[in-house]
Design a protein around this ligand. Structure first.
Ligand SMILES: Nc1ncnc2c1ncn2[C@@H]1O[C@H](COP(=O)(O)OP(=O)(O)OP(=O)(O)O)[C@@H](O)[C@H]1O
Length: 265
């Protein structure tokens, strides 16, 4: 369970970007965070893994208070949080397997990592997960020889190699074409259920959020102003979350029927 209480983030002397934000994410749920550009979605995810330092408030992951950790304790906590990025963040010149195994860096001694001498159990797990997401046959290919969707699958497996207690995905499909994007969302949904993992996804595409997640959190100016099941996300709720944002920039790509057509193409 992730429990965020009264979280505030202020960059320098500017107005707070997150304002007394409260959020609970229980196990296995897939939660989408939506909101206009600048609402604070990325800052929220970055506070959780401490890429950004929270100004005040509490972030508790399964009984560990994350905001006060430093040094070795913070490193240990970070390996419990899997991150998936919009730009995949792979090391291009390394193979798929090497990228995947880098998810174990928080676990193996430095000498093993330096000599790429990972335990057999890690290699077995890597193959198992790569099989699961359909990239095992690319194990020895360089990461930059893969398509966007394949690269994101590598990113997902690398995050899972950390044995995370939660997955944070920051615009995981924004660099992908619509069909691939939906395959990745489907994969995240399936993995959350198979591995009993909570997944928090910062997502621009509201149509995908509605179809692939069980809960939508709408942010505006650093606050959560909507938190419910996708069917409750009415036009009024959308208008409130995206007030002032033109309809064509709200990440609604059409109704479910037309989207199914895209997928089946
Ligand atoms: N490192 C930083 N220093 C100063 N201000 C920042 C920094 N990072 C983000 N901000 C500001 O914080 C606010 C929220 O940014 P954030 O990236 O969290 O929003 P977002 O909802 O993820 O937006 P987008 O959808 O465009 O990615 C913005 O006004 C942004 O300019």
């Amino acid at each position: 369970m992730l429990r965020i209480k009264d979280l505030v983030k202020r960059y320098g002397k500017d107005e707070a970007v997150l304002k007394d934000l409260n959020l609970e994410v229980p196990g296995e749920s897939v939660v989408a965070i939506i909101g206009a550009s600048g609402a604070g979605k990325s800052t929220l995810l970055r506070c959780i893994n401490r890429l950004v330092e929270p100004t005040s408030g509490s972030i508790d992951l399964n009984g560990t208070e994350l905001t006060t950790l430093s040094g070795g304790e913070l490193r240990l906590a970070r390996r419990r949080i899997g991150m998936i990025f919009q730009g995949f963040n792979l090391i291009n010149r390394l193979t798929v397997m090497e990228n995947v195994l880098s998810g174990r860096l928080g676990y193996v001694p430095t000498w093993r990592a330096m000599t790429r001498n990972f335990p057999q159990s890690d290699i077995d797990r890597a193959f198992q997960l790569m099989e699961r997401v359909g990239i095992a046959h690319y194990a020895n290919k360089r990461a930059d020889e893969l398509s966007g969707g394949e690269r994101q699958r590598v990113g997902v497996v690398r995050a899972l190699m950390q044995e995370p207690e939660i997955l944070l995905a920051d615009e995981p499909t924004a660099s992908l074409d619509p069909k691939t994007s939906r395959q990745i969302m489907e994969l995240l949904r399936a993995l959350a259920s198979e591995l009993h993992l909570p997944v928090l996804i910062n997502i621009h595409n509201v149509t995908e959020a509605k179809e692939y997640t069980q809960r939508i959190v709408g942010m505006r100016f650093g606050r959560i102003i909507f938190d419910s099941v996708p069917t409750d996300l009415t036009q009024d709720a959308m208008d409130e979350i995206y007030a002032g944002v033109p309809a064509e920039e709200r990440g609604e790509t059409g109704d479910a029927e037309s989207l199914r057509e895209v997928v089946s193409q």
